[in-house]
Ligand binder design. Structure first.
Ligand code: SF4
Length: 242
């Protein structure tokens, strides 16, 4: 069976099987850029409790639907990828809302895969449970922690959760990347300074600033010089992605 045909067979909804593992709404079969140093596949988890204005995966947000792929089929497919892939990236949506995250990551590790987690930090409890099994973390930083709700619509608690996740991540010594999609409506130089100071106080040394894609006009909004200066005056390593 060709790879294309095999992937088509994965587009099946089977609630029972999904309940036994991750609820996966999409797959990128091969990537070299989402897990540093690893040839990997990306599993996009279905469901996220937050509603960031710039979210580019709105189809992955509903929490109460089954994803496109059963966990059993994904494991079968990953059996065929052994020796070709080195790692699995869990992205979303939000992997931390998956009930079976720890057991699913354990299964992936038992198959010999390294595992990367892309998260916004919605659940410190589940993050701490799964972190010992994770090889690399990409953590989204949305805003100064006390202003998270303006971006996430997840309530004042959303910033507290993200802060607690960052603290646990930094304490773990695991390799990680912090990245911020810069909402040009929200961010002023003052807010950039405030956020950079909060990150630096916790011990973060770098930040990757991603330009915010304009959903309406389909282009990125460049980060202003004033905001670049604000970040770079506080954090020793700031990089930019368009
Ligand atoms: S946390 Fe991520 S997946 Fe959830 S709404 Fe925000 S950008 Fe979208």
């Amino acid at each position: 069976m060709s790879k294309a045909n095999y992937l088509k067979t994965l587009i099946i909804t089977e609630t029972v099987a999904n309940n036994l593992g991750l609820n996966v709404g999409g797959i990128t079969p091969f990537t070299t850029i989402d897990f540093p140093g690893h040839l990997a596949a990306v599993l996009f988890c279905q469901g996220c409790p937050w509603r960031c204005r710039y979210c580019h995966n709105p189809h992955l947000l509903p929490m109460d639907v089954s994803g496109q792929h059963t966990w059993a089929d994904i494991l079968s497919w990953l059996e065929t990828r052994k020796g070709l892939l080195e790692g699995i990236v869990l992205s979303g949506g939000e992997p931390l809302v998956q009930r079976h995250l720890v057991s699913s990551v354990t299964q992936l590790r038992e198959m010999g895969y390294a595992v990367a987690l892309h998260t916004s930090g919605v659940s410190p409890k589940r993050f701490k449970e799964v972190l010992p099994l994770i090889d690399w973390v990409g953590l989204d930083i949305k805003a100064p922690f006390d202003e998270y709700n303006a971006i996430t619509a997840g309530g004042a608690i959303s910033g507290d959760h993200a802060k607690e996740v960052l603290e646990a991540l930094l304490a773990s010594g695991k390799p990680y990347e912090l990245r911020c999609t810069l909402d040009p409506v929200f961010f002023t130089p003052e807010r950039a300074t405030k956020m950079a100071n909060q990150l630096a106080t916790l011990g973060a040394k770098h930040l990757i600033v991603q330009e915010c894609r304009d959903n309406e006009h389909r282009h990125s909004k460049p980060v202003s010089e004033a905001i670049r200066v604000a970040f770079e005056q506080v954090l020793p390593n700031v990089q930019y992605r368009s």
